[in-house]
Unconditional design. Structure first.
Length: 611
Protein backbone atom coordinates (compact mmCIF):
# COMPACT_ATOMS: atom_id res chain seq x y z
CA UNK A 1 0.00 0.00 0.00
CA UNK A 2 2.87 2.37 0.76
CA UNK A 3 4.99 1.50 -2.29
CA UNK A 4 3.48 4.27 -4.39
CA UNK A 5 3.74 6.83 -1.58
CA UNK A 6 7.36 5.89 -0.93
CA UNK A 7 8.29 6.25 -4.61
CA UNK A 8 6.41 9.53 -5.02
CA UNK A 9 7.60 11.22 -1.83
CA UNK A 10 11.11 9.81 -2.33
CA UNK A 11 11.27 11.23 -5.85
CA UNK A 12 10.08 14.68 -4.76
CA UNK A 13 12.38 14.81 -1.72
CA UNK A 14 15.42 13.34 -3.56
CA UNK A 15 15.01 15.77 -6.47
CA UNK A 16 14.84 18.69 -4.03
CA UNK A 17 17.95 17.58 -2.10
CA UNK A 18 19.96 17.38 -5.32
CA UNK A 19 18.60 20.76 -6.42
CA UNK A 20 19.80 22.35 -3.16
CA UNK A 21 23.22 20.68 -3.04
CA UNK A 22 24.12 20.73 -6.76
CA UNK A 23 21.80 23.11 -8.66
CA UNK A 24 24.41 23.56 -11.40
CA UNK A 25 23.89 20.07 -12.78
CA UNK A 26 20.36 20.89 -13.94
CA UNK A 27 19.87 22.24 -17.48
CA UNK A 28 18.10 25.51 -18.12
CA UNK A 29 14.85 23.73 -18.91
CA UNK A 30 14.59 22.80 -15.20
CA UNK A 31 14.85 26.43 -14.08
CA UNK A 32 12.12 28.99 -13.54
CA UNK A 33 13.25 32.59 -12.93
CA UNK A 34 16.78 31.20 -12.78
CA UNK A 35 16.15 28.73 -9.94
CA UNK A 36 15.44 25.01 -9.82
CA UNK A 37 12.04 24.24 -8.25
CA UNK A 38 12.05 22.58 -4.80
CA UNK A 39 9.40 20.18 -3.50
CA UNK A 40 10.29 19.74 0.16
CA UNK A 41 6.95 21.17 1.21
CA UNK A 42 5.12 18.72 -1.03
CA UNK A 43 6.98 15.75 0.48
CA UNK A 44 6.35 17.06 4.00
CA UNK A 45 2.66 17.81 3.49
CA UNK A 46 2.04 14.49 1.72
CA UNK A 47 3.74 12.62 4.57
CA UNK A 48 1.67 14.56 7.11
CA UNK A 49 -1.57 13.85 5.28
CA UNK A 50 -0.77 10.15 4.98
CA UNK A 51 0.04 9.96 8.68
CA UNK A 52 -3.20 11.79 9.46
CA UNK A 53 -5.10 9.24 7.40
CA UNK A 54 -3.33 6.44 9.27
CA UNK A 55 -4.25 8.07 12.59
CA UNK A 56 -7.92 8.24 11.61
CA UNK A 57 -7.75 4.63 10.45
CA UNK A 58 -6.15 3.55 13.73
CA UNK A 59 -8.82 5.37 15.72
CA UNK A 60 -11.53 3.72 13.67
CA UNK A 61 -9.96 0.31 14.22
CA UNK A 62 -9.74 0.96 17.94
CA UNK A 63 -13.45 1.79 17.98
CA UNK A 64 -14.24 -1.56 16.40
CA UNK A 65 -11.92 -3.22 18.92
CA UNK A 66 -14.00 -1.78 21.73
CA UNK A 67 -16.41 -4.66 21.27
CA UNK A 68 -13.70 -7.01 22.53
CA UNK A 69 -12.50 -4.55 25.17
CA UNK A 70 -16.03 -4.16 26.51
CA UNK A 71 -16.37 -7.93 26.73
CA UNK A 72 -13.08 -8.19 28.63
CA UNK A 73 -14.31 -5.66 31.16
CA UNK A 74 -17.58 -7.54 31.77
CA UNK A 75 -16.04 -10.33 33.82
CA UNK A 76 -15.84 -10.30 37.62
CA UNK A 77 -12.36 -9.81 39.12
CA UNK A 78 -12.90 -11.53 42.47
CA UNK A 79 -15.21 -14.16 44.00
CA UNK A 80 -16.38 -15.26 47.47
CA UNK A 81 -15.11 -18.84 47.78
CA UNK A 82 -16.51 -21.13 50.47
CA UNK A 83 -14.14 -23.69 52.01
CA UNK A 84 -14.72 -25.66 55.20
CA UNK A 85 -17.66 -23.41 56.00
CA UNK A 86 -15.48 -20.30 55.79
CA UNK A 87 -15.89 -17.59 53.17
CA UNK A 88 -12.86 -15.91 51.58
CA UNK A 89 -12.36 -13.39 48.78
CA UNK A 90 -10.05 -14.66 46.04
CA UNK A 91 -9.17 -13.59 42.49
CA UNK A 92 -10.97 -15.25 39.61
CA UNK A 93 -7.69 -16.86 38.47
CA UNK A 94 -7.53 -18.83 41.74
CA UNK A 95 -10.92 -20.52 41.27
CA UNK A 96 -10.86 -24.21 40.31
CA UNK A 97 -13.72 -26.35 38.89
CA UNK A 98 -15.80 -27.68 41.78
CA UNK A 99 -15.20 -24.69 44.08
CA UNK A 100 -18.33 -23.33 45.75
CA UNK A 101 -18.87 -19.59 45.45
CA UNK A 102 -21.35 -17.25 47.11
CA UNK A 103 -22.96 -14.58 44.94
CA UNK A 104 -24.73 -11.69 46.67
CA UNK A 105 -27.35 -9.29 45.27
CA UNK A 106 -25.89 -6.77 42.83
CA UNK A 107 -22.72 -8.78 42.20
CA UNK A 108 -21.57 -10.33 38.94
CA UNK A 109 -21.65 -14.10 38.62
CA UNK A 110 -17.92 -14.95 38.75
CA UNK A 111 -17.79 -17.96 36.39
CA UNK A 112 -19.96 -20.48 34.57
CA UNK A 113 -21.52 -23.03 36.92
CA UNK A 114 -24.65 -24.36 38.57
CA UNK A 115 -26.63 -23.12 41.60
CA UNK A 116 -26.46 -25.56 44.53
CA UNK A 117 -28.32 -23.49 47.11
CA UNK A 118 -30.62 -20.45 47.03
CA UNK A 119 -32.52 -18.67 44.27
CA UNK A 120 -32.41 -15.30 42.54
CA UNK A 121 -33.24 -13.27 39.44
CA UNK A 122 -30.28 -12.78 37.12
CA UNK A 123 -29.82 -10.18 34.40
CA UNK A 124 -28.45 -12.16 31.42
CA UNK A 125 -28.88 -9.36 28.88
CA UNK A 126 -25.14 -9.27 28.12
CA UNK A 127 -25.45 -12.83 26.80
CA UNK A 128 -29.01 -13.09 25.49
CA UNK A 129 -29.87 -9.48 24.70
CA UNK A 130 -33.11 -9.90 26.66
CA UNK A 131 -33.67 -7.16 29.26
CA UNK A 132 -36.02 -9.23 31.45
CA UNK A 133 -34.19 -10.93 34.37
CA UNK A 134 -34.33 -14.73 34.46
CA UNK A 135 -35.42 -16.56 37.61
CA UNK A 136 -32.83 -19.12 38.76
CA UNK A 137 -32.94 -21.73 41.50
CA UNK A 138 -31.05 -24.77 42.70
CA UNK A 139 -29.95 -26.91 39.75
CA UNK A 140 -30.07 -24.08 37.19
CA UNK A 141 -26.99 -23.06 35.26
CA UNK A 142 -25.55 -19.56 35.53
CA UNK A 143 -23.15 -17.75 33.21
CA UNK A 144 -20.10 -15.78 34.26
CA UNK A 145 -20.31 -11.95 34.00
CA UNK A 146 -24.13 -11.89 34.21
CA UNK A 147 -25.52 -9.77 37.05
CA UNK A 148 -27.26 -11.19 40.12
CA UNK A 149 -30.17 -8.98 41.12
CA UNK A 150 -32.40 -9.92 44.03
CA UNK A 151 -31.32 -13.00 45.96
CA UNK A 152 -28.18 -14.60 47.33
CA UNK A 153 -27.09 -18.06 46.22
CA UNK A 154 -24.24 -20.53 46.33
CA UNK A 155 -22.95 -21.88 43.03
CA UNK A 156 -20.49 -24.56 42.03
CA UNK A 157 -17.92 -23.43 39.45
CA UNK A 158 -17.80 -25.73 36.43
CA UNK A 159 -15.88 -23.79 33.78
CA UNK A 160 -12.91 -21.54 34.45
CA UNK A 161 -10.38 -19.58 32.39
CA UNK A 162 -10.70 -20.03 28.64
CA UNK A 163 -13.52 -22.57 29.07
CA UNK A 164 -16.08 -19.95 30.14
CA UNK A 165 -18.67 -18.70 27.68
CA UNK A 166 -17.37 -15.12 28.00
CA UNK A 167 -13.80 -16.22 27.18
CA UNK A 168 -15.04 -18.16 24.16
CA UNK A 169 -17.01 -15.13 22.97
CA UNK A 170 -13.94 -12.89 23.26
CA UNK A 171 -11.79 -15.41 21.38
CA UNK A 172 -14.32 -15.86 18.58
CA UNK A 173 -14.86 -12.11 18.11
CA UNK A 174 -11.09 -11.44 18.05
CA UNK A 175 -10.41 -14.23 15.56
CA UNK A 176 -13.28 -13.19 13.30
CA UNK A 177 -12.18 -9.56 13.22
CA UNK A 178 -8.72 -10.65 12.05
CA UNK A 179 -10.00 -13.08 9.42
CA UNK A 180 -10.24 -12.37 5.69
CA UNK A 181 -13.36 -12.72 3.58
CA UNK A 182 -13.06 -14.42 0.18
CA UNK A 183 -14.05 -11.10 -1.43
CA UNK A 184 -10.78 -9.69 -0.05
CA UNK A 185 -8.99 -11.84 -2.63
CA UNK A 186 -10.47 -9.59 -5.31
CA UNK A 187 -8.85 -6.52 -3.76
CA UNK A 188 -5.57 -8.39 -3.24
CA UNK A 189 -5.56 -9.65 -6.84
CA UNK A 190 -6.30 -6.17 -8.21
CA UNK A 191 -3.62 -4.58 -6.01
CA UNK A 192 -1.02 -7.07 -7.21
CA UNK A 193 -1.46 -5.71 -10.76
CA UNK A 194 -2.48 -2.22 -9.74
CA UNK A 195 0.81 -1.05 -8.20
CA UNK A 196 3.05 -1.99 -11.15
CA UNK A 197 0.46 -0.48 -13.53
CA UNK A 198 0.51 2.81 -11.63
CA UNK A 199 4.32 2.90 -11.63
CA UNK A 200 4.27 2.39 -15.41
CA UNK A 201 1.58 5.11 -15.69
CA UNK A 202 3.78 7.50 -13.69
CA UNK A 203 6.74 6.77 -16.00
CA UNK A 204 4.56 7.36 -19.08
CA UNK A 205 3.29 10.62 -17.53
CA UNK A 206 6.87 11.74 -16.91
CA UNK A 207 7.95 10.92 -20.48
CA UNK A 208 4.91 12.58 -22.11
CA UNK A 209 5.29 15.78 -20.09
CA UNK A 210 9.05 15.85 -20.71
CA UNK A 211 8.55 15.67 -24.51
CA UNK A 212 5.38 17.72 -24.99
CA UNK A 213 4.99 19.70 -21.77
CA UNK A 214 5.48 23.48 -21.35
CA UNK A 215 8.70 24.96 -19.99
CA UNK A 216 10.21 23.90 -17.63
CA UNK A 217 9.09 20.52 -19.04
CA UNK A 218 10.99 18.32 -16.62
CA UNK A 219 9.55 20.18 -13.62
CA UNK A 220 6.00 19.63 -14.90
CA UNK A 221 6.88 16.02 -15.66
CA UNK A 222 8.18 15.39 -12.15
CA UNK A 223 5.25 17.07 -10.39
CA UNK A 224 2.62 15.21 -12.42
CA UNK A 225 4.39 11.85 -12.12
CA UNK A 226 4.58 12.29 -8.34
CA UNK A 227 0.87 13.29 -8.24
CA UNK A 228 -0.03 10.07 -10.10
CA UNK A 229 1.94 7.97 -7.62
CA UNK A 230 0.41 9.68 -4.59
CA UNK A 231 -3.24 9.77 -5.62
CA UNK A 232 -3.14 6.17 -6.83
CA UNK A 233 -2.14 4.79 -3.42
CA UNK A 234 -4.60 1.89 -2.90
CA UNK A 235 -5.23 2.71 0.77
CA UNK A 236 -8.98 2.80 0.26
CA UNK A 237 -8.81 -0.48 -1.65
CA UNK A 238 -6.88 -2.13 1.17
CA UNK A 239 -9.28 -0.85 3.82
CA UNK A 240 -12.53 -1.62 2.00
CA UNK A 241 -13.00 -5.21 3.18
CA UNK A 242 -11.25 -5.49 6.58
CA UNK A 243 -12.90 -2.34 7.98
CA UNK A 244 -16.40 -3.59 7.11
CA UNK A 245 -15.62 -7.05 8.50
CA UNK A 246 -14.27 -5.65 11.78
CA UNK A 247 -17.24 -3.34 12.34
CA UNK A 248 -19.75 -6.00 11.24
CA UNK A 249 -18.35 -8.66 13.58
CA UNK A 250 -18.44 -6.22 16.50
CA UNK A 251 -22.06 -5.32 15.70
CA UNK A 252 -22.94 -9.01 15.52
CA UNK A 253 -21.39 -9.67 18.92
CA UNK A 254 -23.57 -6.96 20.46
CA UNK A 255 -26.61 -8.74 19.01
CA UNK A 256 -25.58 -12.12 20.49
CA UNK A 257 -24.26 -13.46 17.16
CA UNK A 258 -20.71 -14.83 17.32
CA UNK A 259 -18.98 -15.04 13.95
CA UNK A 260 -16.03 -17.44 13.77
CA UNK A 261 -14.58 -16.04 10.52
CA UNK A 262 -15.24 -13.57 7.73
CA UNK A 263 -15.98 -16.37 5.28
CA UNK A 264 -19.12 -17.20 7.30
CA UNK A 265 -20.37 -13.63 6.82
CA UNK A 266 -19.88 -13.77 3.06
CA UNK A 267 -21.59 -17.16 2.69
CA UNK A 268 -24.52 -16.23 4.97
CA UNK A 269 -25.52 -13.46 2.59
CA UNK A 270 -26.14 -16.01 -0.17
CA UNK A 271 -28.01 -18.68 1.86
CA UNK A 272 -30.96 -20.20 0.00
CA UNK A 273 -31.81 -23.15 2.29
CA UNK A 274 -31.84 -23.42 6.07
CA UNK A 275 -31.81 -26.89 7.61
CA UNK A 276 -32.83 -26.86 11.24
CA UNK A 277 -33.12 -29.41 13.98
CA UNK A 278 -36.36 -29.50 15.99
CA UNK A 279 -35.53 -30.15 19.63
CA UNK A 280 -33.67 -27.27 21.23
CA UNK A 281 -33.73 -25.21 18.02
CA UNK A 282 -37.37 -24.77 17.04
CA UNK A 283 -38.58 -26.02 20.41
CA UNK A 284 -37.40 -25.32 23.94
CA UNK A 285 -35.83 -28.76 24.34
CA UNK A 286 -37.46 -29.19 27.75
CA UNK A 287 -40.71 -31.24 27.73
CA UNK A 288 -43.58 -29.76 29.73
CA UNK A 289 -47.00 -30.98 30.82
CA UNK A 290 -49.48 -29.14 28.61
CA UNK A 291 -52.76 -30.88 29.42
CA UNK A 292 -54.33 -33.35 31.86
CA UNK A 293 -57.44 -35.26 30.71
CA UNK A 294 -59.68 -36.81 33.39
CA UNK A 295 -61.39 -40.08 32.41
CA UNK A 296 -65.18 -39.80 32.04
CA UNK A 297 -65.16 -36.08 32.71
CA UNK A 298 -68.72 -34.75 32.65
CA UNK A 299 -68.67 -32.06 35.33
CA UNK A 300 -68.31 -28.42 34.40
CA UNK A 301 -65.88 -26.23 36.30
CA UNK A 302 -67.32 -23.96 38.96
CA UNK A 303 -68.18 -20.45 37.86
CA UNK A 304 -66.10 -17.55 39.21
CA UNK A 305 -69.02 -16.56 41.53
CA UNK A 306 -69.28 -20.10 42.95
CA UNK A 307 -65.54 -20.20 43.55
CA UNK A 308 -65.79 -17.04 45.70
CA UNK A 309 -68.56 -18.42 47.98
CA UNK A 310 -67.53 -19.11 51.62
CA UNK A 311 -66.62 -22.72 52.20
CA UNK A 312 -66.08 -23.56 48.53
CA UNK A 313 -62.65 -24.61 47.34
CA UNK A 314 -60.62 -22.17 45.28
CA UNK A 315 -60.48 -24.74 42.46
CA UNK A 316 -63.15 -26.65 40.61
CA UNK A 317 -63.73 -30.36 41.30
CA UNK A 318 -62.19 -31.11 37.92
CA UNK A 319 -59.00 -29.26 38.92
CA UNK A 320 -58.85 -31.41 42.03
CA UNK A 321 -59.12 -34.53 39.89
CA UNK A 322 -56.40 -33.24 37.58
CA UNK A 323 -54.16 -32.53 40.55
CA UNK A 324 -54.82 -36.02 41.89
CA UNK A 325 -53.71 -37.57 38.59
CA UNK A 326 -50.63 -35.34 38.54
CA UNK A 327 -49.80 -36.09 42.20
CA UNK A 328 -50.05 -39.89 41.74
CA UNK A 329 -47.94 -39.82 38.56
CA UNK A 330 -45.31 -37.47 40.01
CA UNK A 331 -44.99 -39.57 43.17
CA UNK A 332 -43.80 -42.49 41.03
CA UNK A 333 -41.91 -40.49 38.41
CA UNK A 334 -39.76 -38.71 41.02
CA UNK A 335 -37.81 -41.99 41.12
CA UNK A 336 -36.92 -41.62 37.41
CA UNK A 337 -34.50 -39.35 35.49
CA UNK A 338 -36.32 -39.71 32.16
CA UNK A 339 -37.10 -36.28 30.56
CA UNK A 340 -40.84 -37.07 30.50
CA UNK A 341 -40.70 -38.05 34.18
CA UNK A 342 -38.92 -34.78 34.95
CA UNK A 343 -41.67 -32.86 33.15
CA UNK A 344 -44.38 -34.51 35.29
CA UNK A 345 -42.48 -33.88 38.54
CA UNK A 346 -41.79 -30.25 37.57
CA UNK A 347 -45.50 -29.72 36.82
CA UNK A 348 -46.42 -31.11 40.27
CA UNK A 349 -43.92 -28.77 41.93
CA UNK A 350 -45.37 -25.78 40.05
CA UNK A 351 -48.78 -26.70 41.53
CA UNK A 352 -47.16 -26.99 45.00
CA UNK A 353 -48.39 -30.58 45.34
CA UNK A 354 -46.99 -32.68 48.16
CA UNK A 355 -45.53 -35.88 46.76
CA UNK A 356 -45.68 -39.05 48.83
CA UNK A 357 -42.82 -41.55 48.79
CA UNK A 358 -43.98 -44.60 46.77
CA UNK A 359 -43.66 -48.11 48.12
CA UNK A 360 -42.80 -51.28 46.17
CA UNK A 361 -41.66 -49.21 43.20
CA UNK A 362 -41.07 -51.14 39.94
CA UNK A 363 -39.96 -49.93 36.53
CA UNK A 364 -40.60 -51.74 33.24
CA UNK A 365 -38.29 -50.68 30.42
CA UNK A 366 -40.27 -49.30 27.48
CA UNK A 367 -43.54 -49.70 29.37
CA UNK A 368 -43.97 -47.65 32.52
CA UNK A 369 -43.69 -47.62 36.30
CA UNK A 370 -45.72 -49.12 39.15
CA UNK A 371 -45.87 -48.45 42.88
CA UNK A 372 -48.11 -47.94 45.88
CA UNK A 373 -49.14 -44.40 46.84
CA UNK A 374 -51.44 -43.77 49.81
CA UNK A 375 -52.18 -47.50 49.91
CA UNK A 376 -53.35 -47.67 46.26
CA UNK A 377 -51.52 -49.36 43.38
CA UNK A 378 -50.67 -46.73 40.79
CA UNK A 379 -49.49 -47.46 37.24
CA UNK A 380 -48.08 -44.81 34.91
CA UNK A 381 -46.98 -45.45 31.34
CA UNK A 382 -48.04 -46.53 27.86
CA UNK A 383 -51.52 -47.95 27.14
CA UNK A 384 -50.06 -51.40 26.43
CA UNK A 385 -48.42 -51.39 29.88
CA UNK A 386 -51.83 -50.88 31.52
CA UNK A 387 -53.54 -53.47 29.33
CA UNK A 388 -50.93 -56.09 30.25
CA UNK A 389 -52.24 -55.82 33.83
CA UNK A 390 -55.88 -56.26 32.85
CA UNK A 391 -56.82 -52.59 32.83
CA UNK A 392 -59.33 -51.73 30.11
CA UNK A 393 -59.00 -48.42 28.28
CA UNK A 394 -61.87 -45.99 27.82
CA UNK A 395 -62.74 -45.56 24.11
CA UNK A 396 -63.40 -41.83 24.40
CA UNK A 397 -60.11 -41.38 26.23
CA UNK A 398 -58.33 -43.43 23.57
CA UNK A 399 -59.69 -41.21 20.81
CA UNK A 400 -58.62 -38.12 22.70
CA UNK A 401 -55.13 -39.58 23.11
CA UNK A 402 -54.88 -40.12 19.34
CA UNK A 403 -55.99 -36.52 18.68
CA UNK A 404 -53.31 -35.22 21.04
CA UNK A 405 -50.63 -37.39 19.43
CA UNK A 406 -51.50 -35.83 16.08
CA UNK A 407 -50.72 -32.48 17.73
CA UNK A 408 -47.17 -33.60 18.62
CA UNK A 409 -48.09 -34.54 22.20
CA UNK A 410 -46.61 -37.50 24.08
CA UNK A 411 -49.29 -39.30 26.12
CA UNK A 412 -48.76 -40.86 29.55
CA UNK A 413 -51.63 -42.96 30.99
CA UNK A 414 -52.35 -43.06 34.74
CA UNK A 415 -54.35 -45.80 36.51
CA UNK A 416 -55.28 -46.49 40.15
CA UNK A 417 -55.98 -50.11 40.86
CA UNK A 418 -57.86 -51.43 37.83
CA UNK A 419 -59.33 -48.09 36.83
CA UNK A 420 -57.88 -45.53 34.41
CA UNK A 421 -57.80 -42.08 36.02
CA UNK A 422 -56.80 -40.14 32.93
CA UNK A 423 -54.04 -38.93 30.62
CA UNK A 424 -51.13 -36.56 30.93
CA UNK A 425 -50.16 -34.85 27.64
CA UNK A 426 -46.52 -33.75 27.43
CA UNK A 427 -44.99 -31.62 24.70
CA UNK A 428 -41.74 -29.92 23.93
CA UNK A 429 -43.14 -26.39 23.52
CA UNK A 430 -42.20 -24.28 20.52
CA UNK A 431 -40.08 -21.31 21.52
CA UNK A 432 -42.10 -18.11 21.63
CA UNK A 433 -39.78 -16.41 19.16
CA UNK A 434 -39.79 -19.26 16.60
CA UNK A 435 -42.97 -18.41 14.58
CA UNK A 436 -41.88 -14.80 14.02
CA UNK A 437 -38.35 -15.95 13.13
CA UNK A 438 -39.71 -18.42 10.56
CA UNK A 439 -41.83 -15.68 8.97
CA UNK A 440 -38.83 -13.34 8.80
CA UNK A 441 -36.64 -16.00 7.18
CA UNK A 442 -39.33 -16.64 4.57
CA UNK A 443 -39.44 -12.89 3.89
CA UNK A 444 -35.68 -13.04 3.30
CA UNK A 445 -36.28 -15.67 0.62
CA UNK A 446 -34.92 -18.67 2.51
CA UNK A 447 -36.48 -22.12 2.27
CA UNK A 448 -36.69 -23.87 5.66
CA UNK A 449 -36.19 -27.62 6.04
CA UNK A 450 -36.65 -29.45 9.34
CA UNK A 451 -34.50 -32.53 9.92
CA UNK A 452 -35.21 -34.33 13.18
CA UNK A 453 -34.70 -37.70 14.77
CA UNK A 454 -38.23 -37.48 16.19
CA UNK A 455 -41.14 -39.53 14.78
CA UNK A 456 -42.93 -38.52 11.59
CA UNK A 457 -46.23 -37.62 13.30
CA UNK A 458 -44.66 -35.25 15.81
CA UNK A 459 -42.37 -33.68 13.22
CA UNK A 460 -45.18 -32.99 10.77
CA UNK A 461 -47.39 -31.51 13.50
CA UNK A 462 -44.65 -29.03 14.43
CA UNK A 463 -43.87 -28.29 10.77
CA UNK A 464 -47.55 -27.61 10.01
CA UNK A 465 -47.88 -25.23 12.95
CA UNK A 466 -44.77 -23.27 11.88
CA UNK A 467 -45.37 -23.40 8.08
CA UNK A 468 -42.03 -25.10 7.48
CA UNK A 469 -41.39 -25.89 3.81
CA UNK A 470 -40.01 -29.43 4.04
CA UNK A 471 -39.77 -32.14 6.72
CA UNK A 472 -37.40 -35.10 7.20
CA UNK A 473 -38.24 -37.18 10.30
CA UNK A 474 -36.44 -40.06 11.95
CA UNK A 475 -33.11 -38.99 10.45
CA UNK A 476 -29.64 -39.97 11.69
CA UNK A 477 -26.56 -37.68 11.77
CA UNK A 478 -25.50 -39.35 8.50
CA UNK A 479 -28.88 -38.50 6.95
CA UNK A 480 -28.53 -34.83 7.90
CA UNK A 481 -25.05 -34.77 6.35
CA UNK A 482 -26.43 -36.43 3.17
CA UNK A 483 -29.31 -33.93 2.88
CA UNK A 484 -26.87 -31.02 3.13
CA UNK A 485 -24.74 -32.49 0.32
CA UNK A 486 -27.79 -33.17 -1.88
CA UNK A 487 -28.97 -29.56 -1.60
CA UNK A 488 -25.47 -28.30 -2.38
CA UNK A 489 -25.30 -30.54 -5.45
CA UNK A 490 -28.55 -28.93 -6.62
CA UNK A 491 -26.88 -25.52 -6.46
CA UNK A 492 -28.22 -24.41 -3.08
CA UNK A 493 -26.25 -22.43 -0.52
CA UNK A 494 -27.06 -24.30 2.68
CA UNK A 495 -27.09 -23.11 6.28
CA UNK A 496 -27.47 -25.73 9.02
CA UNK A 497 -28.74 -24.81 12.49
CA UNK A 498 -28.36 -27.28 15.35
CA UNK A 499 -27.32 -27.70 18.95
CA UNK A 500 -26.31 -31.32 19.51
CA UNK A 501 -23.38 -33.63 18.86
CA UNK A 502 -25.56 -35.36 16.27
CA UNK A 503 -25.68 -32.09 14.31
CA UNK A 504 -21.88 -31.62 14.16
CA UNK A 505 -21.27 -33.47 10.83
CA UNK A 506 -23.98 -31.48 9.04
CA UNK A 507 -22.81 -28.22 10.63
CA UNK A 508 -19.30 -28.80 9.31
CA UNK A 509 -20.52 -29.81 5.83
CA UNK A 510 -22.92 -26.88 5.36
CA UNK A 511 -21.86 -23.67 3.64
CA UNK A 512 -22.77 -21.93 6.90
CA UNK A 513 -22.97 -23.86 10.18
CA UNK A 514 -25.06 -22.10 12.83
CA UNK A 515 -24.81 -23.47 16.36
CA UNK A 516 -27.12 -22.65 19.24
CA UNK A 517 -25.11 -21.28 22.16
CA UNK A 518 -27.26 -23.41 24.46
CA UNK A 519 -26.00 -26.54 22.73
CA UNK A 520 -22.91 -28.73 22.96
CA UNK A 521 -19.31 -27.59 22.58
CA UNK A 522 -18.88 -29.96 19.63
CA UNK A 523 -21.72 -28.28 17.73
CA UNK A 524 -20.35 -24.81 18.50
CA UNK A 525 -16.84 -25.81 17.38
CA UNK A 526 -18.21 -27.20 14.09
CA UNK A 527 -20.16 -24.05 13.22
CA UNK A 528 -19.14 -20.78 11.58
CA UNK A 529 -21.73 -18.78 13.52
CA UNK A 530 -22.94 -19.28 17.08
CA UNK A 531 -26.15 -17.76 18.44
CA UNK A 532 -25.48 -17.06 22.11
CA UNK A 533 -29.15 -17.04 23.00
CA UNK A 534 -29.89 -20.23 21.08
CA UNK A 535 -32.79 -18.48 19.40
CA UNK A 536 -33.85 -18.98 15.77
CA UNK A 537 -34.54 -15.25 15.39
CA UNK A 538 -30.77 -14.82 15.63
CA UNK A 539 -30.45 -16.55 12.24
CA UNK A 540 -32.65 -13.91 10.61
CA UNK A 541 -30.51 -11.22 12.25
CA UNK A 542 -27.32 -12.95 11.05
CA UNK A 543 -28.63 -13.03 7.46
CA UNK A 544 -29.64 -9.36 7.65
CA UNK A 545 -26.26 -8.36 9.06
CA UNK A 546 -24.28 -10.40 6.53
CA UNK A 547 -26.18 -8.74 3.69
CA UNK A 548 -25.51 -5.31 5.21
CA UNK A 549 -21.79 -6.09 5.61
CA UNK A 550 -21.38 -7.41 2.06
CA UNK A 551 -23.33 -4.44 0.66
CA UNK A 552 -21.02 -2.14 2.63
CA UNK A 553 -17.90 -3.91 1.29
CA UNK A 554 -19.13 -3.56 -2.30
CA UNK A 555 -19.81 0.14 -1.73
CA UNK A 556 -16.27 0.57 -0.39
CA UNK A 557 -14.69 -1.34 -3.28
CA UNK A 558 -16.75 0.60 -5.81
CA UNK A 559 -15.72 3.89 -4.23
CA UNK A 560 -12.04 2.87 -4.15
CA UNK A 561 -12.00 1.68 -7.79
CA UNK A 562 -13.91 4.71 -9.12
CA UNK A 563 -11.72 7.07 -7.11
CA UNK A 564 -8.55 5.65 -8.68
CA UNK A 565 -10.10 5.39 -12.12
CA UNK A 566 -10.94 9.12 -12.05
CA UNK A 567 -8.01 10.35 -9.95
CA UNK A 568 -5.10 8.88 -11.93
CA UNK A 569 -5.96 10.49 -15.32
CA UNK A 570 -6.59 13.86 -13.60
CA UNK A 571 -3.25 13.63 -11.76
CA UNK A 572 -1.52 12.71 -15.03
CA UNK A 573 -2.78 16.02 -16.47
CA UNK A 574 -5.41 14.81 -18.93
CA UNK A 575 -7.50 17.95 -18.28
CA UNK A 576 -4.58 20.38 -18.82
CA UNK A 577 -5.02 20.75 -22.61
CA UNK A 578 -8.71 21.57 -22.15
CA UNK A 579 -9.05 23.65 -18.94
CA UNK A 580 -5.43 24.13 -17.85
CA UNK A 581 -5.96 22.05 -14.65
CA UNK A 582 -3.06 20.29 -12.95
CA UNK A 583 -3.19 18.38 -9.65
CA UNK A 584 -0.56 19.48 -7.15
CA UNK A 585 0.98 16.45 -5.29
CA UNK A 586 -0.17 17.97 -1.98
CA UNK A 587 -3.77 18.07 -3.24
CA UNK A 588 -3.34 14.52 -4.49
CA UNK A 589 -2.16 13.46 -1.01
CA UNK A 590 -5.16 15.11 0.62
CA UNK A 591 -7.51 13.43 -1.86
CA UNK A 592 -5.88 10.05 -1.19
CA UNK A 593 -6.38 10.49 2.56
CA UNK A 594 -9.96 11.62 1.99
CA UNK A 595 -10.70 8.44 0.05
CA UNK A 596 -9.48 6.32 2.99
CA UNK A 597 -11.52 8.35 5.48
CA UNK A 598 -14.60 7.95 3.27
CA UNK A 599 -14.21 4.16 3.27
CA UNK A 600 -13.72 4.11 7.05
CA UNK A 601 -16.76 6.35 7.63
CA UNK A 602 -18.92 4.16 5.40
CA UNK A 603 -17.80 1.01 7.26
CA UNK A 604 -18.56 2.58 10.65
CA UNK A 605 -22.19 3.00 9.59
CA UNK A 606 -22.58 -0.73 10.25
CA UNK A 607 -22.30 -0.05 13.98
CA UNK A 608 -25.79 1.47 13.80
CA UNK A 609 -27.36 -1.35 11.74
CA UNK A 610 -30.87 -2.16 12.94
CA UNK A 611 -31.49 -5.89 13.29
Amino acid sequence: MFTLIAIGVGAAFGFSVVAVLAPGIFPESFRQHGEVGLYFESAAVITTLVLMGQLLEARARSRTGKAVQALLELGAKTAHRIRDGQEEDVSIEAIQPGDELRVRPGEKVPLDGVIVDGRSNIDESMITGEPVPVEKQSGDRVIGATVNQTGSFVMRAEKVGEETLLAQIIHMVSEAQRSRAPIQKLADHVSAWFVPTVVVSAIITFVVWTIWGPTPALAYALVNAVAVLIIACPCALGLATPMSIMVGVGRAARAGILVKNAEAIEHTEKVTHLITDKTGTLTAGRPKVVEIIVAGRTKLPLSPDQMKKPGSANVSPDDEEENAILRFAAALEQQSEHPLARAIVDAAKEQNLELAAPENFESTTGGGVRGEVDGDTIRVGKPGFLQEHGISLDDALNRRAQELQEQARTIVWVARGQKVLGLIAIADPIKESTPAAIRRLHELGIKIIMCTGDNEQTARAVAKELAIDEVHAGVTPEDKHRIVKELQDQGGIVAMAGDGINDAPALAAADVGIAMGTGTDVAIESAGITLVKGDLSGIAKAVQLSRAVMRNIRQNLFFAFVYNAVGIPVAAGILYPFVGLLLNPMIAGAAMSFSSVSVITNALRLRRSRL
